[in-house]
Ligand binder design. Sequence first.
Ligand code: FNR
Length: 336
Amino acid sequence: MKLFEPFTIGNVTLPNRIVMSPMCMYSCENRDGKVTDWHRTHYASRAVGGTGLLILEASAVTEQGRISPQDLGIWSDGHIEGLRELVGLIRSHGSKAGIQIAHAGRKAELDGPIAAPSAIPFPGGKTPEEMTAAQISETVRAFADAAKRAKAAGFDVIEIHGAHGYLINEFLSPLSNHRTDEYGGSRQNRYRFLQEIINAVREQWDGPLFVRVSADEYDPNGNSIQDYAFFASLMKEQGVDLIDCSSGGVVPAKIDVYPGYQVSLADQIKNTAVIPTGAVGLITGGKQAEDILERGQADLIFIGRELLRDPYWPRTAARELGFEPAFAPKQYTRAW
Ligand code: FNR
């Protein structure tokens, strides 16, 4: 049963192939980006439920890079302690802990100025300021500092958020990046910002590194899956371990959504760039997840909303597959 086989990346072995997809909880208090009881309960529950790897929600690398004032943060050393405690809780139940490091760019819903590669608003949103070269290097530095803090907090995995129309995706996409300097224009130039972030993060972090991308921008003038296969091959050269394949979010689009609707993106990137991938999006059944792995379309299965509905989803999936899970907490398996 592939779903319940361990998966090793470098020096980290995930106990199974089930990953909790990063999901914002907007549950910080006092606009401080710090871990609260909600986070402790929410993440620990999924660890008890047998999820192999939990990737914490988009955590802002700068204060201005938050989607909302309630976002989790990793922009200061003051965030390390709460995150370290959360990592300890998750690991005490046998799961591995990851964190998604993020900057919202033009999609930040905050007071004050917002930043983006070009002064082009997300339709209906605030017009961002075009980032200067100095702001670009400060932001690259902020991702590296976040990686250093993630290491200090004891995380097993870092995922860079390059999807959903947030800052990195805004640089990658010709829809939101109209720059005329070395960060805009050709695919290689639009990739430069992410390239610098990966290199800077890699200086601080030698553990498993994932990047989430929107591998289809659903716009004839946007990046296509072929463009993302190209970016994935560059990321592979830079030592990225896995591409987490999501889609959309750069511009409003009508997306045809059905079970496993993004799996083909993970499949194409895995088999074109020859790099491990994660599949995500309306994967809700054990057999469905197992089939994706059996067919070699992806290496990890990311579960979002189904894990909100059912924190014990790994066991639900195991039952569906007729697999006796070996990961039930001892407190629940004692023979009375
Ligand atoms: C999300 N998603 C998301 N994605 C991401 O990369 N970073 C994030 O912080 C969030 N936040 C978030 C919050 C909530 C409440 C939801 C429902 C979703 C997207 C999520 O990780 C996943 O890709 C999608 O939900 C599709 O997978 P499912 O839910 O169909 O399994």
